[in-house]
Design a binder for this molecule. Sequence first.
Ligand code: HEC
Length: 146
Amino acid sequence: MRALICAFGALLITAAAAGTVAAADEDPRTPITLPADLRGTFLEHMRHHMDSLDDVIAELADGNFKGAAHVARDELVPGSGAGFGRYLPVEFRELGLGMHRAAATFADVADAVPAEPTAADWKKTIDALRGISTHCRACHASYRLE
Ligand code: HEC
């Protein structure tokens, strides 16, 4: 029995090591193909996401919950309007919509924080912030631009 468990363990380790090598060699993420003229716009839009997320965090670092809500609502809730949608798989669009919705939820949560925030208010706000970044992370883990 013990030998069997050992053999099974060795098999698992070998499988895990093989998985690591494969992941390093080839990118397992689903490729997205955009027309050349939209590719640059898409990445620019992504960099704007990064800047906006950092701006939201900067407002929170200053203890400015209303400011954080304002940035999220103005910069992260709206879609790009650049017409990428028709080139993207439905699951991709769902993740994108999820991110915009999470930004709207964050804005509502941050807006509702009173002038003297409690530890619970901070926790709720950071949870809602994570609701946004989880979508960034999930999509980047699943898709790449070709
Ligand atoms: C629905 C999918 C999706 C969501 C949501 C998403 N991204 Fe991206 N993002 C991408 C893809 C695809 C790329 C291209 C990645 C690649 O080819 O390796 C990208 C690239 C980027 C880049 C690199 C830009 C460049 O110039 O190379 C940044 C920065 C970025 N995203 C930030 C963010 C941030 C911050 C968020 C969340 C607020 C976010 N993204 C949400 C799909 C997404």
